[in-house]
Design a protein around this ligand. Structure first.
Ligand code: G3P
Length: 222
């Protein structure tokens, strides 16, 4: 697989509504210009509009393990699919699920054709989640999320340990790494350590010049 740059818009102001559409279009343009594999995870309310305007895959940041019916306020997987989502993050450290819920989510997404990025806070959790057969694993140490020191710099052993444990379970599951990833060298170091891509948010969402930030991060994948 070509390495993946995945940008999580979270609920940043820059990642909401009109602003989200603007950054999604920039990400789409940079992905084409640079010929790299890029995806974005946006708020579920923005999926329909953004997915109609960009070619890169648009993911949800969360889904709930439910089907059609009476589930007021929950995030329905079929609704995400119909809105144009390619997949969803699951169990992000800011929106955790228990393991039985994650298992149900993966079962539903397999049936309806959505990809899953199962998030883990450490290598052991990543190992446990990889048994459930998600399409991607993402490991992000929570204490480094939104900070200025990246997982690549501060905890490279989390990257290598996660890769070893996950690939022992299933070699075909790509491992993304994240938390504090903001520079080209954070990305290239993660790739050198064996990661299949990076998952990041504030490096783009808080950047004064999002296009320059995405371009710079993209160069780290090369
Ligand atoms: O999902 C991405 C994430 O939690 C990392 O956030 O701001 O440290 O890149 P950030």
């Amino acid at each position: 697989m070509k390495p993946l740059l995945m940008i999580n818009f979270k609920t940043y102001e820059a990642g909401t509504g009109e602003n989200a559409l603007r950054i999604a279009k920039i990400a789409d343009e940079v992905a084409h210009e640079m010929g790299i594999n890029m995806a974005i995870a946006v708020q579920s309310v923005d999926i329909m509009r953004i997915s109609h305007e960009v070619d890169i895959p648009v993911f949800s940041q969360h889904m709930d393990p439910i089907g059609f019916g009476s589930h007021t306020g929950w995030v329905l997987p079929q609704g995400l699919k119909e809105a144009g989502a390619s997949g969803t993050l699951l169990n992000h450290s800011e929106h955790q699920l228990d393991i039985s819920e994650i298992e149900k989510c993966i079962d539903i997404t397999n049936r309806i054709g959505l990809k899953t990025v199962a998030c883990a806070s450490d290598p052991k959790i990543a190992e446990a989640l990889s048994v459930l057969g998600p399409d991607y694993i993402a490991v992000e140490p929570p204490e480094l999320i939104s900070g200025n020191i990246s997982i690549s710099e501060a905890r490279p052993e989390i990257i290598t340990n996660t890769i070893n444990l996950v690939k022992d379970i299933d070699r075909s599951i790509p491992v993304l790494v994240g938390a504090g990833v903001k520079t080209r060298s954070d990305v290239s170091k993660a790739i050198e350590l064996g990661a299949d891509g990076v998952l990041l948010a504030s490096g783009v969402m808080k950047a004064k010049k999002p296009r320059a930030a995405i371009l710079e991060l993209s160069k780290g994948l090369k």
